[in-house]
Design a protein around this ligand. Structure first.
Ligand code: KG4
Ligand code: ZN
Length: 332
């Protein structure tokens, strides 16, 4: 079964063709670069750019897959959460296409799709714990099935990716901040600043205290080293990632699960990936391209919904709302 996946929740416009929920036949990702000028995503520019490029991305995804549009068995699209204007472009495109081709249609929770991304490359049995670290969300989840995901914890303020982006913006490193900090941190001393580890009960996390310490109180936490930007961001990265991983390890221990996965853009972080490799746990990470927003994860998860006949009525709409800790019982 060939599913077309469309992802436009933020500033990536991506369309993919995935077979059987697993085999990526094509995965075209266009990352908008205009936002770097502004140090963050400008929603109106993002939506307009999606309108401009989406047909071309679609044609590329189809031609790279070497198929005819009639061979598509179903269409999946990011429906929530994200920037409303960006979501609407992908949703309108995908729903219109499904009407034109007379194929089943499903709207996907793109956070669930980040969690699903690991399944595109690995055999991972349910249940497992998933740590989701994206630009908008930081969640620890008990993943019981592809559509049964319990939130155990979340950030009580900023997301992990947001902390990377805001610290990078403050130090003039550009947007998105995560990759810039990741690169700069390689030549810094990660122990030169002893930034505070956020202390929040249970599986929740907090990043605003760390972000503020890194932006406003560096002298207070200086220990040794050269007092360079590299040292600051390397120390920040260590605390941000260790905090998230400690909650993941705690959940695995408490639930007695041997398996876990990490999803979302911060999953591409090289310090995080090194720590995971060193850990005693079986924690699976998607390849770099599948950590950040992409159509393949939407098509992969969409396959399961369409296979099980769980279609979305074309007339329903997008939902930009963030998933918060107060809404812990489900992520829909
Ligand atoms: O999952 P994603 O592509 O989009 C959302 O759904 O938000 O995540 C984007 C986030 C941004 O905050 C970006 O700075 C961060 O992922 N990110 C990274 C790295 N690559 C992307 N953070 C740390 N290290 C990286 N290598
Ligand atoms: Zn995302």
């Amino acid at each position: 079964m060939l599913i077309l996946g469309v992802e436009t929740s933020c500033d990536e416009c991506s369309i993919a063709v995935v077979s059987g929920g697993r085999n990526i036949i094509s995965n075209v990702i266009y990352s908008q670069s205009e936002h770097e000028l502004y140090g963050g995503v400008v929603p109106e520019i993002a939506s307009r750019e999606h309108v401009f490029v989406i047909r071309d991305i679609f044609s590329k995804a189809i031609s790279k897959a070497g198929i005819d549009t009639n061979e598509i068995d179903g269409i999946a699209v990011s429906q929530t959460p994200g920037l409303v204007g960006s979501l609407i472009v992908g949703y309108s495109f995908a729903s219109s296409l499904s009407m034109a081709l007379k194929k089943p249609f499903v709207g996907i929770n793109h956070i669930h799709a980040h969690i699903y991304a690991t399944h595109l490359e690995n055999n991972l049995e349910y249940p497992y714990i998933s740590l989701l670290l994206s630009g908008g969300h930081t969640l620890i989840c008990n993943v019981k099935n592809y559509n049964n995901i319990e939130i155990l914890g979340s950030t009580v303020d900023d997301s992990c990716g947001e902390a990377f982006d805001k610290v990078a913006k403050h130090y003039g490193l550009g947007y998105p901040g995560g990759p810039k900090i990741d690169k700069l941190a390689k030549s810094g001393d990660m122990f030169s600043y002893n930034f505070p580890h956020p202390r929040v009960d249970g599986y929740d996390v907090s990043y605003s205290g760390l972000k503020n310490a890194v932006i406003n109180q560096t002298d207070k936490f200086y220990v040794s080293g050269k007092k360079t930007k590299e040292d600051i961001v390397a120390s920040m990265q260590r605390v941000a990632i260790d905090t998230a991983l400690s909650k993941l390890y705690k959940a695995m221990k408490d639930y007695g699960y041997n398996n876990a996965s990490i999803g979302g853009g911060v999953g591409a972080n090289s310090y995080l990936r090194e720590q995971v490799l060193k850990s005693q746990y079986n924690i699976l990470l998607p390849s770099l391209e599948l950590c950040t927003d992409n159509g393949a994860m939407i098509a992969g998860l969409g396959y399961h919904y369409i296979r099980d006949g769980l279609y979305t009525p074309i007339g329903s709409s997008v939902n930009p709302k963030k998933i918060r800790g107060s809404n812990k019982n489900n992520t829909s």
